[in-house]
Design a protein around this ligand. Sequence first.
Ligand code: 8YV
Length: 325
Amino acid sequence: MKPKVVAYKKIPKEIEEFIAETCEITFCGNLNDENRADFLEKIQEAAGLIGSGLKVDKELLDQMPALKIVSNMSVGYDNLDVQELTKRHILATNTPDVLNETTADTIFGLLLATARRFPELHNYVKDGRWKEIIGEDLFGVDVHHKVLGIIGMGRIGTVIAKRAHLGFGMEILYHNRSRHQEAEHQYGATYCSLDELLQKSDFVCLMTPLTPHTEHLIGEREFRLMKKTAIFINGSRGKTVNEQDLVRALENREILAAGLDVFQKEPIDPDHPLLKLENVVLLPHVGSATYETRFAMAKLAAENLVKGLQGEHPPSLINPEVLGK
Ligand code: 8YV
């Protein structure tokens, strides 16, 4: 009897076929309010769950008595109650590393676009408003050789530092739970306190995972410490910043601009104050959103799922203690 698996996010056909070799896979569509009842019915006998973003907590787990593994198609796993999963001896896996380069491309691209106001200038041309040589009112700011402060020098932060230092001659400051030798030796990164990073950086790039320690890590106090010419970039999770304080800082010009790929609520409400501001560049959480990288993430998530259900050690296990490791 093949173990039952529910996929609540679309996965490539090839990957679905790989899973179907050893599992009975049910695809319930990208989970939303409309298909939630159908999803809750399908998960009753599921031994495996694969997707990204679904809140997997006590309430859901009580409805999944047969669950053996939750496979996140994302590197972030703040949607999983890992403590509860471990207590119930349920494996939890994610997809680290396969998305580092692509996400770093996205975040550094967002930094460049925000600094040089590319979306605003694109619309200026597209709307037929380009009538004369561009004046100071549409100038951006330089990125090369400026100071980039990275909060969260992890796998992706390090690759951002590589682009910034080797490609753009930027000086790198970083704040992290621990020192990062590779970033220091390869990219000249300097470890410093959060306050010092905020005061000295021309660009502040938030790349931490979302944890109880990092929730609202950046708020009014932190924005006031930043330079008035600073640009804030968030590539972590929306809840690592106090969004109301960010809007206020942007409205009051306490910082120059912000580039955001993540938001407190996703999709963001159409009437959200951020959407009314000029000094922002907003992306719909597309850090890893390329054909190649999403395929690699789905492939790794599927390998985690299949190996976990076969009693083997999944390639990227979040809670190895479940296997007694
Ligand atoms: C994912 C991300 O694309 O991997 C993560 O943690 O935030 C993104 O790379 C997204 O969460 C999957 O839908």
